[in-house]
Design a protein around this ligand. Structure first.
Ligand code: ASP
Length: 583
């Protein structure tokens, strides 16, 4: 038997017990005469002790051979420690070892296996299995597991069933780029890896499985960012005989359950905001509502006073930062620099200080006297001590820039508290998005999303104005989930494909199987998918989703550990009927 206990469970009650534990050597302290070893496994760390004189010389010699990360098995008696460590559960005891087995040696690891490791990101990615030994990474894996279990428990308790859908599927042109897999048995033909099980879950609704879910891997060949991976996991769900309201309520339940069970956080309400309002007040469809500082439009108040920047602008819009009127020149300059950064994209920043002595001064004093500026304060509902920050320009660009500035001010003022969670449903999305480059509409969510019934007629003449029964769940400014009520009528789906610029044959060719299925009694249905990795990182409180994936890819989509993707042999290529011509 390799062990009677783990390295995390022995305590003062076990004193005098004879035990055997196995694990990895975290640290060796040789104080001449006394040697201590911290032995680690998944469950914790237990201290082993060897004492020259009372421990046999043979054993002491064996101990001197040991090094960090050796795998050993130790047997001995549990004794009370003299100097106790209150920080760990096993801190009151140690094991006086009399029998030691070296199960495996280890080379010196390339970085220290500690919470604060000396290993850089690349090195840790290359030796991910060593990184996974670190406590912080282990905690992330445990959190992920807990979230998955609680998701399953909750959904199971309300009669959802988990059904697996295939990984080798038909490539479809809509959405992101597909990863494709050549078929050896069908030369010249390819499978695609699913970007999501969207079509399959709809088919399951037609099949009568009215509450489906799956914790499922999805694949998208997109450019990567910190919160994106080429393969990622979704909690994918679909329900039949439901309206938007039913879906929002069901998954509000899931979110509350997860926060309660995993973080012991009570979410009292999930407010809703329309897409239009989210853009108007936060300049984003992913509003961080942990703090106010809502946008205030100033067109009416500021135009026509001879200030060209405002007069020529499509929109003049600002935020009011409470208590910041005493910002120094240096601080306002910093903010100006911030908004002018290319990623933010504004051409300049105008500010008005509402001083605590009730006076007002601004960076546009030449055009606006105190009396005029008073009107600004009314629009902002500003109080003495506040700082108003204003941007002007084309609407979309200016909203986006002000959104960045608002988040920056939120950070500066400590308003984006990591332990506060404010979920919000964003609803009433537009159905379509116009793309100037290709001069066509794209589905804002996906082509299977249903228009609001009262907007169906608009599809012919004014498709851009059609709203969808689509919704996103946003938590603390991060999009955690999204879904929609689906089209379940064959003719409406056909029409949707038309609006998206598909010819009949194309739609038939790509989505014939779905259209066909619609002939056989498709029920009204809708669903949602949550980004599981993002949910983990939100719960765990760090930004990168990579921390929550056991074997993630780096920013160029590479697995640094196994060095993939990689070339394949000529023989493999031949078998697949593939010739590679690199340009
Ligand atoms: N399949 C969608 C997605 O991956 C989610 C949904 O509409 O349920 O974004």
């Amino acid at each position: 038997m390799y062990r009677t206990h783990t390295c995390g469970e022995l305590n003062i009650k076990n004193v005098n017990d004879r035990v055997t534990i196995s694990g990895w050597i975290q640290r060796i302290r040789d104080k001449g005469g006394m040697i201590w070893i911290d032995l680690r496994d998944r469950y914790g760390i237990t201290q082993l002790v060897f004492e020259e004189g009372s421990t046999s010389t043979e054993l002491i010699l064996k101990v001197k051979e040991l090094g960090r990360e050796f795998v050993i098995q130790a047997t001995g008696n549990v004794i009370e420690r003299i100097s106790k460590n209150p920080n760990i559960p096993t801190g009151e005891i140690e094991i006086k070892v009399d029998t030691l087995n070296i199960l495996n040696k280890s080379e010196l690891p390339p970085f220290t296996i500690e919470d604060n490791t000396d290993g850089g990101e690349e090195l840790r990615a290359k030796y991910r299995y060593l990184d996974l030994r670190r406590n912080v990474v282990k905690k992330a894996m445990e959190l992920r597991h807990r979230l998955a279990i609680e998701t399953r428990n909750y959904l199971d308790s309300i009669h959802f069933i988990e059904i697996e859908t295939p990984c080798l599927i038909r490539s479809t042109p809509e959405g992101a780029r597909d990863f494709v897999v050549p078929s050896r048995m069908n030369p010249g033909e390819f499978y695609a890896l699913p970007q999501s099980p969207q079509n399959f879950k709809q088919l399951l609704m037609i099949a009568g499985y009215d509450k489906y879910y799956q914790i499922v891997r999805c694949f998208r060949d997109e450019d990567l960012r910190a919160d994106r991976q080429p393969e990622f996991t979704q909690i994918d769900c679909e329900m039949s005989f439901v309206e938007q309201e039913d879906i929002l309520n069901t998954f509000e339940g899931l979110i509350k359950h997860l926060f309660k069970r995993v973080k012991d956080v009570e979410i009292s309400s999930l407010p809703r905001i329309t897409f239009a309002d989210a853009m108007k007040y936060y300049g984003s469809d992913k509003p961080d509502i942990r703090f106010g500082m809502k946008f205030v439009e100033l067109n009416e108040v500021v135009k026509g006073k001879g200030f060209k920047v405002f007069d020529d602008a499509e929109t003049v819009v600002g935020i009011c930062a409470a208590g910041c009127s005493e910002y120094s020149r240096k601080q306002t300059d910093e903010l100006t620099e911030f908004v002018k950064k290319p990623q933010v994209g504004a051409s300049g920043l105008i500010y008005v200080k509402y001083n605590t002595d009730d006076t007002l001064n601004s960076s546009v004093d030449k055009f606006y006297n105190e009396e005029e500026l008073k009107k600004w304060t009314t629009a902002f509902e500003a109080k003495p001590g506040d700082l108003m920050l204003v941007l002007a320009g084309p609407k979309e660009k200016t909203q986006k820039a002000l959104c960045e500035l608002r988040l920056e001010m939120g950070n500066r003022l400590g308003l984006r508290k990591p332990d506060v969670f404010m979920p919000v449903w964003v609803v009433d999305f537009p159905l379509l998005e116009w793309d100037e480059e290709t001069k066509r509409y794209y589905a804002k969510h996906h082509p299977f999303t249903a228009p609001k019934p009262e907007h169906i007629l608009l599809l012919d003449n004014n498709p851009g104005s059609v709203h969808a029964n689509a919704y996103d769940l946003v938590i603390n400014g991060v999009e955690i989930g999204g879904g929609s009520i689906r089209i379940f009528d064959r003719d409406l789906q056909k029409k949707m494909f038309h609006v998206l610029g598909f010819r009949d044959e194309e739609a038939e060719h790509q989505f014939g199987f779905l259209m066909n299925a619609f002939k056989f009694g498709a029920p009204p249905h809708g669903g949602i998918a949550f980004g599981f990795d993002r949910l983990c990182s939100l719960f765990g409180g760090t930004e990168s989703i990579r921390d929550y994936i056991a074997f993630p890819k780096n920013n160029s989509g590479r697995d640094m550990m196994s060095d993939s993707p990689s070339k394949i042999s000529e023989a493999q290529l031949k078998e697949l009927n593939i010739q590679i011509k690199l340009q």
